[in-house]
Design a protein around this ligand. Structure first.
Ligand SMILES: Cc1cc2nc3c(=O)[nH]c(=O)nc-3n(C[C@H](O)[C@H](O)[C@H](O)COP(=O)(O)OP(=O)(O)OC[C@H]3O[C@@H](n4cnc5c(N)ncnc54)[C@H](O)[C@@H]3O)c2cc1C
Ligand SMILES: *[C@@H]1O[C@H](CO)[C@@H](O)[C@H](O)[C@H]1NC(C)=O
Ligand SMILES: *[C@@H]1O[C@H](CO)[C@@H](O)[C@H](O)[C@H]1NC(C)=O
Ligand SMILES: *[C@@H]1O[C@H](CO)[C@@H](O)[C@H](O)[C@H]1NC(C)=O
Ligand SMILES: *[C@@H]1O[C@H](CO)[C@@H](O)[C@H](O)[C@H]1NC(C)=O
Ligand SMILES: *[C@@H]1O[C@H](CO)[C@@H](O)[C@H](O)[C@H]1NC(C)=O
Ligand SMILES: *[C@@H]1O[C@H](CO)[C@@H](O)[C@H](O)[C@H]1NC(C)=O
Length: 494
């Protein structure tokens, strides 16, 4: 039997029409033409909006998009995805742009950036408590709208500029999470543009596989134009605090961290806390669902063991604590947004450390990190464990892999000015490896929302998604077989 000649050969063309747009310039022109024909709004090259939208939060990792679209409707997103797919251009949603690895820009040059931040409507249905939140909203805007429209909220991270898109699609841990769970635990539905540019709804009952994959690995699956979140009525009284601890020697730090770890396993679910370790100070800080007296009673056993002194204890309402943890930034963030840092970061989840692992951790801290002049910190969230709301849903109920780990670490090293130094990475990398070196692979993981850009795709997928990876890869194959929504640490199709 003769092979069937492809249509372009019959038409006398040397190559397929789309393959003819081979050089990057042809491709950019063809893409621009397609976007223009479909009336998708774009940022003019070199315009002020282009500069704002192309600048990631982490200035260590700058990438140049082939084009930046700024949709205001789901239809614009569908058209943008259709154009990208047609010309073999990779496309990524960017919401708050806060990815530590600049994955909102695709994590490499030449992607189509779908800048979602012009779509940030938040609409609360007061009777059901369900909020419809557009896919380009930032957390501070979400928090203030939910509060203003009905004194409601869901749990999420602290920085007002972080996007609900990246945050809630990959976890979302904040100062309410020990009490109220992850941001993705409050998601009840989403409207998504798939790689073939169709718009679909998903929830526990509609496209449940997609909904499962979105809650932990959403950036690889599609572009969420709109979320539905359940909410809770905010409590009247909360207390936020910082307990300063003085551990001048390695021996005392060892006793102190051990005490924190023991406490984490039995602490009341109303208490949310993290251990903040910097070169110059150590704090236990967090939020208590209750009043001052309740907090003091809850913390008393730990205060005694750590020699902590209250540096801050303040009772207040919902927005008081949101503003406090927002570090003084105005809450209601939208476009334009222009906050940046230059840094490298990595992450880790572990169970309670055993004596040898604890020793190795504290040893590295005192012998290597502390003497180093760099501006680093390690933040350890008391994440899971049997009193945490994060560990209540079954591990397999969403694609978020790491519910059961007790501790979640963020390793962060920034420079105040200039470029991040080439010899800087090892300081945080060795911090991680000194903790994990004696552990089995299943005894630790990494957080997709604190991505370490130094990992390759294979390693990253395993560290982020563990045993959920095969199911994610098969869902990816069904919804995005040609990897339109590719990024360097994303889920690859099975
Ligand atoms: C200052 C700062 C503070 C932080 N604090 C916390 C914290 O307290 N707790 C915590 O858990 N994390 C925290 N993070 C991490 C944060 O959760 C992640 O960086 C998150 O992914 C950022 O989301 P984004 O939308 O801002 O990022 P982006 O860079 O815009 O996107 C990140 C990823 O999500 C994808 N994405 C974004 N929007 C959509 C969408 N609508 N549809 C599909 N995919 C989408 C992107 O394609 C990309 O892969 C913090 C980060 C920073 C920089
Ligand atoms: C929503 O509910 C809150 C509290 O129950 C109430 O104060 C507010 O007025 C309601 N808003 C609307 C728009 O109905
Ligand atoms: C998705 O759900 C919304 C709200 O229920 C509905 O208006 C819309 O038509 C649905 N869209 C699709 C593509 O099913
Ligand atoms: C607490 O203070 C006592 C008395 O100064 C000291 O012996 C002990 O080592 C301290 N504990 C910690 C964890 O710092
Ligand atoms: C929680 O864990 C601690 C420490 O492992 C244990 O003592 C306690 O009984 C557990 N509580 C529950 C409710 O399982
Ligand atoms: C621990 O840190 C030291 C000092 O940076 C480094 O030389 C060593 O390789 C690290 N050990 C492991 C097991 O990663
Ligand atoms: C688009 O992809 C989805 C997921 O694979 C599929 O269910 C749907 O039929 C596709 N739509 C079209 C028009 O091809």
């Amino acid at each position: 039997m003769l092979p069937v000649a492809p249509l372009f050969a019959l038409l006398g063309l040397a190559v397929a029409p789309d393959a003819a747009v081979g050089s990057p310039f042809d491709k950019a022109d063809a893409l621009a033409d397609c976007l223009s024909k479909r009336s998708v709004p774009t940022d003019g090259l070199g315009s002020n909006d282009w500069k704002l939208d192309a600048a990631p939060f982490n200035l260590q990792l700058n990438y140049t998009p082939i084009s930046i679209v700024v949709p205001t409707t789901a239809k614009h997103v569908q058209d943008a995805v259709a154009c990208a797919a047609k010309f073999g251009v990779k496309a990524n949603a960017k919401c708050g742009g806060h990815s530590y690895a600049s994955f909102g820009l695709g994590g490499e040059d030449g992607h189509l950036t779908i800048e979602m931040d012009r779509m940030n409507k938040v609409t609360l249905d007061n009777s059901t408590g369900i909020a419809v939140i557009e896919g380009g909203s930032r957390l501070g805007h979400v928090a203030s709208e939910l509060y203003n429209q009905g004194k409601r909220a869901f749990s999420h991270g602290t920085c007002p500029g972080v996007g609900v898109g990246g945050h809630a699609l990959h976890g979302g841990y904040g100062v309410s999470s020990h009490t109220k769970g992850l941001a993705l635990d409050w998601m009840v539905g989403a409207t998504v543009v798939l790689a073939n540019s169709t718009l679909v709804n998903c929830s526990a009952t509609e496209n449940p596989d997609l909904f499962w994959a979105l809650r932990g690995a959403g950036g690889s699956m599609g572009v969420v134009t709109s979320f539905q979140f359940n909410t809770f009525k905010v409590p009247d009284t909360l207390t936020f605090f910082a307990l300063a601890v003085q551990w001048p020697t390695q021996e005392r730090a060892l006793v102190g961290v051990q005490a924190v770890q023991d406490f984490a396993q039995t602490m009341p679910s109303e208490l949310n806390m993290r251990l903040m370790i910097t070169k110059s100070f150590v704090n236990l800080e967090g939020l208590y669902y209750g009043d001052k007296a309740g907090l003091q009673a809850a913390l008393a056993p730990l205060t005694a063991k750590t020699n902590g002194t209250m540096a801050l204890i303040q009772q207040g309402g919902w927005l008081d604590q949101v503003k406090h943890f927002g570090n003084g930034m105005a809450l209601d963030q939208g476009h334009p947004y222009d906050y940046h840092e230059t840094f490298y970061s990595s992450s880790l989840y572990t169970n309670a450390l055993n004596a040898a692992q604890m020793k190795s951790f504290v040893n590295y801290w005192f012998q290597n990190a502390k003497p180093n002049k760099r501006d680093w910190y390690v933040q350890i969230d008391l994440h899971g464990g049997n009193t945490s709301a994060v560990s209540v849903p079954a591990t397999d109920s969403t694609s978020y892999m790491h519910r059961d780990f007790l501790l979640m670490y963020s390793f962060y090293d920034r420079v105040d000015k200039g470029a991040y130094p080439a010899d800087g990475f090892a300081l945080m990398q060795n911090f991680v490896s000194n903790i994990t070196s004696s552990m089995a692979d299943s005894d630790w993981g990494m957080y997709v929302n604190y991505p370490d850009p130094k990992m390759g795709q294979k390693t990253a997928q395993v560290n982020y998604w563990g045993t959920h990876l095969p199911r994610l890869q098969s869902i990816k194959k069904a919804v995005d077989p040609t990897d339109v929504f590719h990024y360097p640490q994303g889920v690859v199709p099975a």
